[in-house]
Ligand binder design. Sequence first.
Ligand code: ADP
Ligand code: PLP
Length: 301
Amino acid sequence: MPQITSAPAVSPAPELYLYQREGAYIPRIAAVHDLCGYGKCSLGVAIPVLSAAGCDVCPVPTGLFSSHTAFPGWYMHDTTSILAEYLNAWKGINVDIDAIYSGFLGAPEQVDIIRSLYETYPNALRIVDPVMADHGKVYPTYTPELCEAMAQLACDADVLTPNLTEAAIILGEEWQGTDISDAEANRIIRALIGRGAKTVVLKGIQREGETLIRNFVGSAETETVEVHNEYLPYMLHGTGDVYASCLLAAIMAGRSLSEAVDFAGSFVHDAMLVSAEQPHFHERGVSFEPLLGKVCALLEE
Ligand SMILES: Nc1ncnc2c1ncn2[C@@H]1O[C@H](COP(=O)(O)OP(=O)(O)O)[C@@H](O)[C@H]1O
Ligand SMILES: Cc1ncc(COP(=O)(O)O)c(C=O)c1O
């Protein structure tokens, strides 16, 4: 069972939470992420997960991919040139936005587009999943300029969800592997907060010889706390996107940050177990769909 050693009292946007429970308001989320034709990730995950949590999800596609880039061959169409007009048209029809959730980006200029969204919707919660690297390696479409732009964007996040490789890139440090101490996890979180992120969820601490995977969460006002789950001895693509989408789903459903971190870690763990029962699961990626009922249940008291 996941354990929370204490509960940080962080509520990034408490005023949003009340509405759904009263049935009077549907939160609207701009999901700034790519769309993959094959391989479950990005918008293919964010749209169903956040929709199950009762949100209106408005995709802002940062690229169109034939598949995610872990496959040996893929096609990418960069959508940067359409985004300014795309978002301008929203202004024309008075689309309002409660949260801006960004993930995989296609070009450094897309960070300027996200900043313009922040300006247009100054009260929206900013959740930045700085998708750019894992296991010490930058994803193939990420240039140094794009990594630098992502690092800048991370400083403006209300909720930032890096893995250890991404945290190292943002801080301009060497990646140290996944076996780091509690004190080191806390140092990394404090350094990210020092750069401007309000709340940081540092993911994927996995120590040699242990069968646990740990995530750490901290904010300027709260101490760093750890949430852990059983570590499953295989990896699947898309789990980072499922994690961030579940975290935001729980936040939008009015859960505290500690509950949201607990929910997201348990959901990914359970979805990985379900996936392992399915054919070709290594290739197809994480099967979260059978568990979407757990996301719907976030709206129950
Ligand atoms: N093998 C695993 N066993 C259990 N939980 C996992 C496993 N892999 C990922 N998770 C959960 O999903 C979260 C996101 O993991 P990951 O996909 O590695 O993120 P990212 O794609 O950002 O590197 C982890 O922090 C953990 O809570
Ligand atoms: C196109 C694309 N989108 C999103 C992702 C993020 O996947 P994950 O959730 O495994 O971090 C990747 C990772 O390879 C990718 O190639």
